[in-house]
Design a protein around this ligand. Structure first.
Ligand SMILES: Cc1ncc(COP(=O)(O)O)c(C=O)c1O
Length: 426
């Protein structure tokens, strides 16, 4: 592949050529070939407006918060504006948006704060589908005698076993912690339904939306979850984490903090000085997504409407890419795809797939592809429960192909060609 791959992408309402122009890094070449970034689940590329926002922060607003001078005031205004942007993404109030280093750090801090109010014998439900960042922070509370219950999966399609989940939620359950979408097999969980089950039992619902955020519109009001975390670097922004918390909970639970720091929400949850230049980048990432929506539908009025329009277009585009990928994989000998493969069930999954090819080590395949400018990930991606449950942990895990809306049918074909070439050597 030697030219940017946009051919055959004239999907109705979605202009991938325009999208790709926004991302300077997509022009990168490896060994004379334009790179195919199929590594999005570990972090997406960023559009130019994110780079510009970070630079602009350093040029005109580089100061700490709450000072009595211009650059500090600009910084305060920028943080407030980014909170409003994230509030539009989550569909919540700006006072319910917390920034942090990354989802993992935020979740450890939140679990510790919630854990202050729990005692021996209280229960927390986690799942075998989840990234360890939504398991380990809760398991850390085992030290206090809190009991962790792990919900199993249905191995045949890598979905959550909802019957097991119902059994695991008891009157002693205090928190149910579930991922919105699996970062290994792409399964999307029925969060609104699970939230109802949690609430009936009197438990809090915590959602890890890190993997879902680049693939679908989040609506915390409809989900009715109590907390939801995601990481802007997975949705075209910089390396940080963000948390939505219902106002009543952010007020009620007490974060660990230094004495001079404010008690007011949401700031009291933001320990120490934030990476402010990257907060500027988060606002720009949300605006980029809204721009995708506006580019496809000029009639949208609010940023939330523009975000909804963007996801409508990208979800449908990503499903076409996914179908092409799965169709192509079917024809390659010894490939086993984990999770849902039936196009009729695509609403239950996003465009991230994991596979194994016989006993070939995923690292070897990823390296072979990487040398040809095709970037995929191998391993367990910290979804360790799942890697163990699927019996692949001791064998190098899986090869993961992550498709986001800047990817193209040509890139999918290029990946399939690379995999066929790898397979043909044996
Ligand atoms: C589903 C999921 N949850 C949590 C995390 C951890 O996020 P962070 O790197 O922001 O701590 C990741 C990162 O890959 C992830 O994919």
């Amino acid at each position: 592949m030697s030219t940017p791959a946009v051919q055959g992408t004239e999907s109705r309402g979605f202009d991938v050529a325009w999208v790709r122009q926004q991302f300077p890094s997509l022009k990168l070449q490896v060994n004379g070939r334009v790179a195919a970034f199929l590594d999005g689940p570990a972090g997406t590329q960023v559009p130019r407006q994110v780079l510009e926002a970070v630079e602009s922060y350093f040029v005109s607003a580089n100061a700490n918060t709450c000072g009595a001078f211009e650059t500090s005031r600009r910084n305060d205004a920028m943080i407030a504006a980014t909170r409003r942007a994230m509030a539009d993404l989550f569909n919540c109030d700006a006072s319910e948006v917390v920034f942090g280093q990354n989802m993992t750090t935020i979740t450890f801090a939140l679990a510790r704060a919630i854990g202050r109010e729990l005692g021996a014998g209280d229960e927390i439900v986690v799942t075998k589908l989840d990234h360890d960042a939504n398991v380990a922070p809760w398991r850390a509370l085992e030290e206090k005698g809190i009991v962790i219950r792990q919900v199993d999966i249905r191995e045949e399609d890598c979905t959550l076993d909802l019957e097991d989940l119902k059994r695991k939620i008891t009157p002693k359950t205090k928190v149910v912690a579930v991922g919105y979408a699996s970062n290994m097999v792409g399964t999307i969980n029925p969060i609104a339904e699970i939230t109802k089950l949690a609430h009936v039992a009197g438990a809090l619902m915590f959602v890890d939306a890190v993997h879902f955020a680049p693939h679908g519109l989040i609506d915390v009001k409809t989900l009715d979850c109590d907390f939801l975390a995601c990481s802007p670097y997975k949705f075209f922004g910089p390396h940080m984490g963000t948390l939505y918390g219902k106002k009543e909970h952010l007020q009620r639970f007490k974060p660990y903090k230094v004495r001079p720091a404010t008690d007011a929400i949401p700031d009291c949850w933001e320990t120490g000085t934030q990476v402010q230049e990257l907060i500027a980048g988060i606002g720009a990432a949300v605006d980029y997504l809204a721009g995708v929506g506006k580019h496809g539908d000029a009639s949208v009025k609010t940023r939330r409407e523009a975000l909804a329009a963007a996801y409508r277009a990208t979800v449908s585009y990503e499903r076409n890419l996914l179908r092409r990928l799965l169709d192509g994989l079917q024809a390659i000998r010894a490939v086993k795809v984990y999770g849902i493969t039936d196009p009729k069930r695509f609403s239950e999954r996003c465009s991230t797939i994991s596979l194994r090819m016989g006993e070939h080590h995923p690292t070897e395949i990823a390296k072979f592809l990487g040398d040809r400018g095709i970037f995929t990930w191998d391993g367990n991606f910290y979804a360790m429960n799942l890697s163990e449950r699927l019996g692949v942990e001791s064998k190098g895990g899986v090869l993961r192909i992550g498709l986001v809306h800047y990817n193209t049918p040509d890139e999918v074909d290029c990946f399939l060609g690379g995999l066929r070439e790898y397979a043909a050597r044996f």
